[in-house]
Design a protein around this ligand. Structure first.
Ligand code: FES
Ligand code: MG
Length: 577
């Protein structure tokens, strides 16, 4: 039997219990909202951190779901307190949500610290919200449960199933090639996102919620439930009930995010055919918990973990709704067998293994057995070489196999605008062997690493029927993207990484089986060019963008702010009341 906390030991009791003037103020203002002493006395106060907003289509149902969470909290004897946080819609927020992931993390940490909160249910799902919310709560260190928004329903147009992102990109290539009409294009527009919930491909959102569950931060099965399924209401209430007990049990995140849990989360990520973005977030999340996860660890686990979720874009057929019906993440984790360490503790207060009891796979084409994977090793490969001394990533499963070993001349653009001019020029001299190189789009250069890495196929090649080529950048790409795109080249060009030194015509050598990425230039030549190189001007001279550019770390370190790292400075004190 775990020792249970007493009321006096709760953080919120520091605000609410003492017989002094400050606490009188807290109590009288709580009563101003209509509450009575019975509402808080002897009860933990639970934050419901809600990323609902009218600028967040993926979280439209959270306005309602927060009520289900609160219902659970009340049933279990807690007092709910809903606190809104940055909603970070992947599709509206410009130049990129990645500019604001750390802002959300800071907001969550400080919301939890500055208020009388004992535990939290974090409501997120759209790409950056999962890492943002969890990073902040991990740094704060109080018990929390992550409640994923759930994927939206499958897209549908004219009898065809449509996948978020992936099919938009595909139809856009056809539109540019002139093979579909305006009416068809508009039909796709109206059919590709037809319910609330996050993107239903295995993009960044689905990957990140699966990772959260793999870490043990969700109730079992939570990440796979479609947003529009009544199971989601029930799951919301369950989170509310469970968090109250977690507070009494003092089940803090440091007891859950261990090295074991981190390995499990990485394994789950690889088996889902995960988004390249996940690499950055996984590293950042683990490091917030004091686990020094490195790119090489990810590559090592990737090499022995096959992709078994047959979900687009790595898989051919299916979407997240199919994944849920096939058994969901619990089914997938069951299938992974001893590749996971089932002894890991989770938010349930039980082990990961106990949470998988009774899990089954109902369709082994959607969730494949290890003996019949979608791809024989993990979906991501980490490349190194004289072009990326600190690493770069590629998704081999999502690109044409003929590019796995490739060398070809570079066509270099210093900005996205320059690249756009190149790809829109129908007569630009190039062959499918050329390598498109985009730079100054990294963590500092973007800033915020916009998702420009899946450079659209150039018109000059589309017209001859080509649909893939090697593209290289210090940017990211959407988790729903595909193609031979080498991303996250570190160090980035903006800081003078080797990517800054290459010129149009240099030969780029890509060798995925040997994890190598090089430019065919001697060290002497690279040094000569480095001596001539001048740093570009930063885009922001004031405000958040300025602070971001000064403090953001490179992609291989997880793109956290240096001052938010666990090991930075001393421990943050509890606020004086
Ligand atoms: Fe929100 Fe894709 S836009 S998850
Ligand atoms: Mg995305």
């Amino acid at each position: 039997m775990t020792k249970r906390k007493s009321y006096d030991e709760l953080r919120s009791a520091r605000w609410m219990a003492p017989d002094d003037l400050r606490s009188f103020g807290h109590r009288s203002r709580t009563m101003q909202m209509g509450y009575s002493h019975e509402d808080w006395e002897g009860r933990p106060i639970i934050a419901v951190i809600n990323t609902w907003s009218e600028a967040q289509p993926c979280h439209m149902h959270f306005k309602d779901r927060a009520e289900w969470v609160k219902r659970g909290i009340l049933q279990a004897g807690g007092m709910p307190m809903e606190l809104p946080a940055l909603s970070l819609s992947e599709n509206y927020v410009k130049p990129t949500t990645m500019l604001y992931r750390n802002m959300l993390a800071m907001e969550v940490e400080e919301l939890l610290r500055s208020h009388p909160i004992d535990g939290a249910v974090l409501m997120g799902g759209c790409d950056k919200t999962t890492p943002g919310l969890t990073m902040g709560a991990v740094s704060m260190g109080i018990p929390f449960i992550y409640l994923p928004a759930g994927p939206m329903l499958r897209g549908n147009y004219a009898g065809k199933v449509l996948g978020s992102g992936t099919d938009g990109f595909k139809y856009w290539d056809e539109r540019r090639a002139g093979t579909i009409s305006k009416e068809e294009w508009q039909g796709v527009e109206g059919g590709i996102a037809r319910s609330y919930g996050h993107c239903m491909t295995m993009g960044t959102a689905s990957t990140m919620t699966a990772i959260a569950e793999g870490f043990g931060l969700c109730l079992p099965g939570a990440s796979s439930i479609p947003a529009a399924d009544a199971n989601h209401q029930r799951m919301s209430a369950s989170c509310g009930r469970r968090i109250v007990d977690m507070v009494w049990e003092d089940l803090t995140p440091d007891k859950i995010i261990t090295e074991t849990a981190t390995r499990n989360a990485v394994t789950v990520a690889m088996a889902t055919g995960c988004s390249t973005n996940a690499i950055i977030h996984l590293i950042a999340m683990a490091r917030r918990a004091g686990i020094p996860l490195e790119l090489d660890d990810l590559d090592r686990i990737g090499r022995t973990t096959p992709v078994i979720a047959n979900i687009r874009p790595s898989g051919k057929e299916y979407l997240m709704e199919d994944f849920f019906y096939a058994g969901g993440l619990r089914g997938l984790m069951k299938q992974l067998g001893d590749k996971l360490d089932l002894s890991a503790m989770t938010v349930t207060g039980k082990t990961l293994g106990e949470g998988l009891e009774g899990a089954q796979v109902y369709n082994d084409d959607v969730i494949r057995p290890l003996s019949n994977p979608v791809y024989h090793e993990g979906s991501l490969a980490v490349l190194k070489g004289n072009l990326a001394p600190d690493g770069a990533v590629i998704k081999p499963a999502a690109c044409d196999k003929k590019f796995h070993t490739h060398s070809g001349p570079a066509i270099v653009a210093n900005s996205y605008a320059e690249m756009r001019a190149i790809i829109d020029e129908p007569d630009y001299p190039m062959t499918p062997d050329h390598v498109l190189v985009l730079r100054n789009a990294g963590p500092q250069g973007g800033p915020g690493m916009p998702e420009w890495g899946m450079i659209p196929m150039p018109k000059a090649l589309l017209k001859d029927g080509h649909r893939d080529m090697v593209r290289l950048s210090d940017a990211r790409m959407s988790g729903t993207s595909f193609g031979a795109c080498v991303l996250h080249v570190s160090p980035e060009a903006f800081t003078g990484g080797p990517l800054a030194l290459i010129e149009t015509g240099d030969i780029i050598e890509l060798d995925i089986p040997n994890r190598a990425l090089n430019v065919r230039l001697s060290n002497e030549e690279l040094d000569r060019r480095r001596a001539r190189w001048t740093a570009p001007t930063p885009k922001y001279e004031r405000g958040y963008g300025y602070m971001f550019t000064k403090h953001i770390e490179q992609a291989d370190k997880g793109c956290d702010f240096d001052f938010l790292k666990t090991e930075f400075g001393g421990p943050t004190p509890e606020p004086e009341i």
